[in-house]
Design a protein around this ligand. Structure first.
Ligand code: SF4
Length: 393
């Protein structure tokens, strides 16, 4: 089959997204029609989606309002786990812990606030019909709805990514069609691993630009004659990576890098992005290989392979008890206690976040939110220069 078979009358959002992210992946998936390779991250994401989908379908069917039931959620997870294709106690525990923390963040629910779960949409854009699914739509008030998409990414999105991603813009267009009474549409990525939501909105200008962009992508799909690989940070999750020559070459280290002249800044930038992507791919591959070895090290203390010895070590962490340490400084150097406190005691964000999370189990939600707001108000933020790069749109 070749690309002329693509009429794109029914253009799925996932097809569009795949072509946008990497034409080679599009070719392997839609033109060569290869089966997707098993991918733990995708399966894990699908499992959590399925559990939440079933939970919210049940809430609608039973017209339930009240506290979310942990036992029900855990049972749904147990029921879905065998068909997920996943294995390993650590992953099972992680899934359960994510869902339990979701429950703590969403203690009360009312079926009347849920407009739809796993809602299909079809949008006419030019000559194309674009279709996709929305994870959940909620009614916020008589004028406002929230479109919610669950994400299981480890990395948190940047504000710029949330404010420009095509996926959420398409959801806005779909929501306008499905719920025309809504004057305001809030778009949300629910980051399940991190237990919080990132919200954004779209304006008319962005919606028009997105329609033009979709038309242009759809045409590119129909006229493409070549499907170049686009090595990127998501290659490690690509469901066709074992059939992708560029990825295979990258992990074997056989990639030609044309060294650019410092006078040619365009070439320097291109080489920088190429090398950065290769480094991330290799780093991800290293993590994948280490995971296999670490699983073996759960069974035995050391592994000796290919001239190397592997074992798990425990990194040393030293902490000083506050009062005793201040006393030593006072006694030995004569430094006054207040001065020593100010110099030494900084409460780091990771510890504050852990304590806030623990307190969230016993506090009421409004008080817990107040605590977070008060702590945000006293927090001091410092900025250190950091090299930043992002693909231009
Ligand atoms: S591994 Fe990367 S470059 Fe290869 S097809 Fe997949 S996304 Fe594209």
């Amino acid at each position: 089959m070749n690309s002329k078979h693509f009429k794109n009358d029914h253009l799925s959002f996932s097809r569009l997204q795949r072509f946008e992210q990497c034409p080679k992946s599009f070719e392997l998936h839609y033109i060569k029609q290869l089966n997707s390779e098993p991918n733990e991250s995708l399966r894990f994401g699908s499992l959590l989606h399925k559990v939440l989908e079933r939970l919210f379908h049940w809430i609608i069917e039973e017209e339930y309002a009240g506290k979310l039931d942990e036992e029900r959620l855990v049972n749904l997870f147990r029921e879905e786990w065998p068909s997920s294709g996943l294995s390993g106690f650590a992953l099972y525990e992680e899934g359960l812990s994510i869902l339990k923390s979701y429950l703590r963040e969403t203690p009360i629910i009312d079926h009347r606030d849920i407009l739809a779960v796993e809602q299909e949409f079809r949008l006419q854009i030019g000559n194309y019909e674009l279709m996709g699914f929305i994870d959940r739509a909620n009614r916020i008030d008589d004028e406002t709805i929230q479109i919610l998409d669950y994400k299981t990414n480890r990395l948190i999105f940047t504000r710029e990514e949330i404010d420009t991603t095509l996926q959420l813009t398409v959801y806005h267009l779909a929501a306008q069609k499905l719920w025309p009474w809504a004057k305001k549409i809030q778009l949300t990525y629910y980051l399940l691993r991190h237990g919080f939501q990132m919200n954004t909105e779209r304006n008319e200008e962005q919606l028009d630009a997105a329609k033009n962009y979709i038309l242009s992508l759809a045409k590119q799909i129909e006229t493409a004659k070549e499907y170049p690989p686009k090595l990127n940070t998501n290659c490690q999750y690509c469901d066709h990576r074992s059939h992708c020559p560029a990825y295979q070459k990258a992990i074997e280290g056989h990639v030609e890098i044309i060294k650019s002249s410092p006078d040619d800044l365009e070439a320097v930038a291109r080489e920088r992005e190429h090398v950065a992507n290769l480094a991330k791919i290799l780093y991800a591959r290293k993590a994948e290989l280490e995971k296999i070895l670490k699983a073996q090290l759960e069974e035995q203390e050391t592994l000796e392979l290919a001239g190397m010895v592997y074992r798990m070590s425990h990194s040393k962490q030293v902490t000083y008890p506050v009062e005793a340490t201040l006393n030593v400084f006072q006694k030995m150097v004569g430094i006054n206690e207040q001065e020593a406190r100010e110099q030494l005691l900084v409460v780091d964000k990771a510890h504050v976040d852990t304590l806030i999370k623990q307190l969230g189990k016993s506090m009421k939600r409004p008080e817990h939110q107040m605590l977070k707001a008060e702590l945000d108000a006293v927090a001091e933020t410092t900025f250190t220069p950091r090299f930043y790069s992002k693909e231009a749109t």
